[in-house]
Design a protein around this ligand. Structure first.
Ligand SMILES: [Zn+2]
Length: 83
């Protein structure tokens, strides 16, 4: 994915990972994700940048996946992993 920054914390974002797929996905417009550093939810825009989104405005299914992603990131951080 093209290099961009997290709209919340400014962390450099240049790759994506999927929760249940070992192959790195190619983000598409409208895809949702979570910043590894600040755990903020975001959405891929047409120009390749990321827009911060409010987790509470997301539909139920993507909401569950985003929460799972946030909890997974937190668990890895508790184990000592740093993004
Ligand atoms: Zn961030």
């Amino acid at each position: 994915m093209p290099k961009t920054t997290c709209p919340r914390c400014g962390a450099e974002v240049d790759a994506a990972v999927a929760l249940r797929n070992p192959v790195a996905p190619t983000p598409k417009v409208g895809d949702l994700g979570v910043c590894l550093r600040c755990e903020g939810p975001m959405e891929v825009q047409a120009d390749g940048t990321l827009k911060a989104i409010d987790l509470h405005t997301v539909a139920d299914d993507p909401f569950r996946l985003l929460v799972i992603a946030i909890l997974s990131i937190r668990a890895r951080k508790r184990e000592g992993w740093t993004p």
